[in-house]
Design a protein around this ligand. Structure first.
Ligand SMILES: NC(=O)c1ccc[n+]([C@@H]2O[C@H](COP(=O)([O-])OP(=O)(O)OC[C@H]3O[C@@H](n4cnc5c(N)ncnc54)[C@H](O)[C@@H]3O)[C@@H](O)[C@H]2O)c1
Length: 333
């Protein structure tokens, strides 16, 4: 399979290595709006770079889109119109209208796509989903999610990110739906900007929390940070009438127990997303190669991404307007 990959920044360069190493990938071409960056990453990986993103769509069987968020929609639509299966990093577009437009286009084209919610390929989240689905936890009653970055993204990224709920917690919203099999009906979100001035200047926050209600009255809490001194901390708990399961609780967990004689966790915390989720990133690319070959359905479509984006939109509006927001309030159509 020949793959064109567009966008070789923080995550694109890492995805490129995974794509290059896939046994069924015979050719990988890289492109970026910054052609010099594409050339440098291509040289490092021993693959070919092309001058423009358009050229990365020529003579390939599928594309991987890891460019900046603002470019996703046009790149996904261009792939659909050319009949090219596409993997695209989240989010699909910076806003709901743009996401709906992409959904219309890819549905019309009937070309498969997969959006980069890698937690769906993480063993811990998959086990939590299984525990909920099979009833091992009993009836689901509560969930708790944490996504805390050890360090903030580069200052230039912050104004383009769409804010912490659309950029970061959209992963929590996606995995909440996937693990519980339920839909969010209402969210109340708060936050504070206590770090770099770029957060406040772009109307964003670097500390976040939210309360969410699911359609079966399950109650959910969420916390996040762009500055978690303890390390990169991504966890989820699902609590039911028979038991509570925890994702992300291992020897790398960025927590210190205050109990006497407790040595857990024994290892070092992760510092960033790539090392924490490497097996999941590899599994999602493996899955996409099968999706592109037509041998398995997509595990995360644009339609799925739209649902989690509605929750992120409602959370953003809730924080700004200091009130609970129902998901139906932001839904289009
Ligand atoms: N799934 C995850 O865990 C995860 C983690 C980090 C980032 N992301 C997503 O990946 C995307 C990229 O994030 P990043 O941190 O790598 O950003 P980045 O700023 O490091 O890299 C973005 C790259 O895209 C290039 N670019 C911008 N516009 C382009 C265009 N029109 N055509 C081609 N290239 C273009 C830039 O030159 C840059 O090289 C974002 O949408 C982000 O939401 C996902």
């Amino acid at each position: 399979m020949r793959i064109g990959l567009v966008g070789v920044g923080r995550i694109g360069a890492s995805h490129a290595q995974v794509v290059r190493d896939h046994p069924e990938v015979t050719e990988l071409v890289l492109a970026d709006a910054d052609a010099a960056r594409a050339a440098k990453v291509a040289a490092d990986l021993g693959v070919r770079a092309v001058e423009t993103p358009e050229q990365a769509y020529e003579n390939v069987d599928a594309v991987v889109i890891a460019a900046a968020t603002a470019a996703h929609a046009e790149l996904l639509i261009a792939a659909a119109r050319r009949g090219l299966p596409a993997f695209c990093e989240k989010p699909v577009a910076p806003d709901i209208a743009g996401t709906v437009r992409v959904l219309d286009e890819v549905r019309r084209a009937g070309i498969p796509n997969q959006i980069g919610f890698q937690r769906r390929f993480d063993a811990g989240y998959a086990a939590a989903r299984e525990a909920v689905r099979t009833g091992k936890i009993g009836g689901l009653r509560r969930a708790h999610l944490v996504t805390a970055d050890a360090e903030p993204p580069p200052p230039g990224y912050i104004p383009t990110s769409g804010g912490i709920f659309r950029d970061c917690h959209v992963h929590d919203f996606d995995i909440l739906r996937w693990v519980t099999g339920r839909e969010v009906v209402e969210v109340y979100a708060i936050g504070a900007a206590r770090g770099a001035p770029e957060f406040a200047e772009s109307g964003d926050v670097d500390q976040s929390a939210a309360l969410l209600t699911l359609d079966d009255d399950t109650v959910v809490t969420l916390q996040g940070s762009r500055y978690n001194g303890a390390g990169y901390d991504v966890r989820m708990e699902v609590a039911g009438t028979e038991g509570t399961y925890a994702v992300g609780l291992d020897d790398h967990t960025a927590l210190v127990s205050t109990e006497p004689d407790v040595t857990f966790p024994a290892g070092e915390p992760f510092r960033e997303f790539w090392s924490r989720f490497l097996p999941a990133y590899q599994a999602e690319i493996n899955a996409f190669v099968d999706v592109a070959a037509g041998t398995r359905p997509s595990a995360c479509t644009v339609a799925d991404a739209l649902e989690s984006f509605y929750i992120a939109e409602a959370a953003t509006r809730s924080r700004v307007e200091h009130r609970p927001v129902r998901i139906e309030e932001v839904r289009i159509g």
